[in-house]
Design a protein around this ligand. Structure first.
Ligand SMILES: Cc1ncc(COP(=O)(O)O)c(C=O)c1O
Length: 387
């Protein structure tokens, strides 16, 4: 079946009420028909639910859909995107291992290494290049895992998944991709050589800014490890959030088509605005890795960044002048969201550190929503005029 059909027709087996749309299994525990059934289910000799920290039908429906859409053997849902990243690192790394990651990854991912995994004996290096051969050179004998985001947040750097997949296979290194910006509708990292694909489901998978969630898609052997970790450590996705996310997947394809159409048109329009110095969008010919983006992504994604003429002050003035567009830290919502990374999410980094990952002082990130493009442009235009 095709993506759209899998996203809609993968669902929990119909119950006695003959419901059409899957209900929420809002229960922490499950009952057993007999002491013997209970013993067998606990011993994994018989399938069955025990407790929602272990398994829950709403969560399982979401996981099954995500595994099919990403083309993976199985998936494990988590409470947030960060819980998915933490679970992956906790299960695949041990004391003495080395991790290589892109400098252009979500800030909290860097903090996980800096504040926790490092003190537990896992070393790491960050690379500021999208060139796979530079990464191959930086690999050490104890490098166990490579971690990238493509497109990256917020610099929209593009990494060639096939090239990275090849170097990881050659060196027997686990290749983990944060696929949050692309979603499985635009890009399937596992088909291109990645071993693990991770999402903050909080973003486009929910798509309406309502719930937090995360998911890890990988082989059966790896998801078994993640499942054990979830059972013991407990960063479990709630049944309600899983139900919301599973429902949202039914419309992911049409939402992403529209996010991408609006974003691509907005990027082209921004290129002609007087107060705009530079526009960054993976499918613009001016993007340094446009060919790689077009090779591995169906469309260019819903995020556009641009640089204003000016610096931090101009960025703040622009944000203050917006009327309709939201100032919010989230992305992937139906509502267009604007952030100014230099004065907010990345203000703790030095200007040099920010520049290294493509965040200039006047850079603005737009998570282009599903409102009418004319209304999005009108708000941006009046804010540009007011700088
Ligand atoms: C690329 C990326 N990965 C991971 C995360 C973390 O996800 P969550 O906020 O759901 O924990 C984010 C959040 O913004 C993100 O943008």
């Amino acid at each position: 079946m095709k993506f759209e059909t899998l996203a809609i027709r993968t669902q929990t087996e119909r119950g006695k009420e003959n419901e059409h749309s899957t209900p929420i299994f809002a229960t922490s525990g499950f009952v057993f028909d007999s002491a013997d059934d209970m013993r067998q289910i606990f011993a994994d000799e018989m399938p069955g639910n025990v407790y929602s920290r272990y398994t829950n039908p709403s969560v399982r429906e979401f996981e099954n859909k995500m595994a099919l859409l990403e083309g993976g053997e199985d998936a494990i849902a988590t409470a947030t995107g960060m819980a998915a990243i933490f679970t992956t690192f906790a299960c695949l790394l041990k004391q003495g291992d080395h991790l290589l990651m892109s400098q252009a990854v979500f800030g909290s991912t860097i903090k996980l290494m800096e504040n926790y995994f490092q003190k537990w004996g896992v070393s790491y290096d960050m690379i500021n290049s999208t060139d796979a051969s530079a990464w191959a050179k930086a690999m050490k004998d104890n490098t166990k895992l490579i971690y990238i985001e493509t497109p990256s947040n917020p610099g929209l750097q593009i990494f060639d998944l096939e090239a990275f997949g090849k170097i990881c296979k050659q060196r027997n290194v686990v290749f983990v991709v944060d696929n949050c910006f692309a979603t499985p509708y635009l890009q399937t990292p596992l088909a291109l050589g990645a071993d693990v694909s991770i999402h903050s489901a909080t973003k486009y998978i929910d798509g309406q800014g309502r719930v937090m969630g995360g998911v890890i898609v990988a082989s059966k052997a790896q998801t078994k490890l993640f499942d054990q970790f979830m059972r013991n450590a407990g960063p479990t996705l709630s049944p309600f959030n899983a139900w919301v996310l599973s429902k949202s997947l039914e419309t992911l394809s049409i939402r992403m088509d529209k996010h991408c159409e609006n974003a691509h048109n907005l990027a082209e329009w921004l290129e002609n605005q007087e107060m705009v110095k530079k526009v960054n969008y993976p499918f613009l010919n001016s993007h340094p890795d446009v060919e790689t983006a077009k090779k591995q992504m169906k469309l260019g994604g819903g995020i556009v960044t641009f640089e204003l003429k000016g610096a931090i002050e101009e960025g703040k003035k622009f944000l203050n002048a917006l009327n309709m567009l939201s100032l919010s830290a989230n992305l992937g919502d139906t509502r267009t969201i604007v952030t100014h990374p230099a004065s907010s999410t990345h203000s703790k980094l030095s200007a040099d550190q920010r520049n290294m990952v493509g965040i200039t002082d006047s850079m603005v990130r737009v998570s282009v929503g599903l409102e009418h493009l004319d209304d999005i442009k009108a708000d941006i235009l009046q804010a540009l005029d007011s700088i």
